[in-house]
Design a protein around this ligand. Sequence first.
Ligand SMILES: [Ca+2]
Ligand SMILES: [Ca+2]
Length: 581
Amino acid sequence: MKNNKVQILARSTDAAFSKNTVNVNYPGLTLDKVTPMENGKYISIDVTITSEAKPGTAIFEFKSGKKSQKVNWPIKARNPRTPGVGVTSEDFIYLIMPDRFSNGDPTNDKIAGLKDQTLHRDSIFHRHGGDIQGIINHLDYLQDLGVTAVWLMPVFQNDMPNRSEHGYAMTNHYVVEPRLGNNDLYKKLGDELHKRNMKLVQDAVYNHVGLYHFFVQEKPTKDWLHEWPAYTNTTYKDQPLMDRYYSGADRKRMSDGWFTPMMPDLNQNNPYVANFLIQHALWSVEEFGVDGWRVDTYIYNDLEFMNRCNQALYNEYPNISIFGETWVHGVTTQAYFVKNNFNNIPFKSNLNGITDFQTNMYGIGNAVNEPFGWTNGVNKLYQTLAADFVYENPMNNVNFLDNHDMSRFYSVVGEDINKHKMGIAWLLTCRGIPQMYYGTEVLMKGFSNPDGWVRLDFPGGWANDKANKFTAAGRNEKENDAFEWTKKIANFRKNSSAIKTGKMMQFVPEDGVYVYFRYDDNQTVMCIMNTNEKSSIVDPLRFSEIIKTNTLGKEVTTGTSISLKDKVTIPGRYVMVLDLK
Ligand SMILES: [Ca+2]
Ligand SMILES: [Ca+2]
């Protein structure tokens, strides 16, 4: 690899372990530095793996007086498939909470010795038994739907006494959570996806770990965590990070406060912590063949550290796409965290993508739910997209209708199937990378109050479920309608250069109707969104600068051909997606 230096953290139960001498004798491996840590149970070992090194097992010998101990350390061959190919606007991402999607292996539902022994599908905060095998079992379903990339909520071990189901409280970075499977099975998921030309997105968490992580329970150095005289939570207020009138105390609480009492905040200014996190990222991509990288709680990290961490991945995998979770309020604020067009600001991010909370919170929901007004309804979506000039590349923004933290879209739109389908049509045709949350295609419901209600089981994912929504026969008429609608547009999208890589042109919404185009030299796709309850009439003449010589539009969802020489009638609460001819 380009970066051939590795910092190993060795840990023992012996409180005087750090007094050991360290030796290793392996062709091509050089021992650069041995550092006893402040905590006597840890030694840091810096090594270089030169190009002469062959795959095999290096044996580290730890010696103290007459006592000697040997530890095997594998040196692996490179992944034969170049990982980090990137998840782009050509993809359609499906976000899965592994514990709640499908139980493919009932034998791993409870693991003896782990702190959380719950297994109770009627409780939103207990474990339900879903796992990686359950996901592998349903890759045909996802492929049929038109999905091209799968993003799992974090898969590494969360050995926490409770709330272990979500995965964001890691306790061991190098072990896949045994209730989800194991390292080999996670690797197999990557292989199975790649066989289908699909991609794997990993959910990375750098800001915090679980309270029961071994390096929290026994800190290698005193400053491993951000610790406070009394418990201090983050304010969740991002403004002090870029506000020119910021208070230092506010900024420190935002960045160094803990995410929750169960999730200690890591001190990324400690070089050993930083190396640990960066190396884990590189190892994951190489080991599991990861293609895209989602960064949890991006805004709570030390942003200079994030630039270094991102750069380490970009150096090794130039095509990898990294998108940070930016749950903030306002396009300019969101753009601060990603490559942007701002000059003369104190911090410049090197991140190449973000999860676009703005088109979600100030966009599509308003478009389908609010009455049309100067700054309301679909004008809000239009305005938010009109502010895209601040991003270096808005095609890297990940769009979504809902996710594991937000109320499910079908509930947000009052269980109105027409509004729901409008949202899906927009998701799959707007600029950027579409991301669907599991079950949205079959109308799963729930308000995030609390978040467990948006993390229910996918019906049919468990052997004795009453209905199996993975099959047409198990879905009701409305659910099949939503599924087929998604499938039609997603599969059209797969072969649509205009949507995948083309430009976008949007027209000022008039009378509740919003018209936008996706286009390139080979294709023009016209999307007409009628947010009114009643049908509306659109005159194609207004759009002649982009319709040009096209005379027909073939509706992607129905196959109907529509003449563009005449006025077009759009049903109420509907998005018409037309492939122009
Ligand atoms: Ca299971
Ligand atoms: Ca932090």
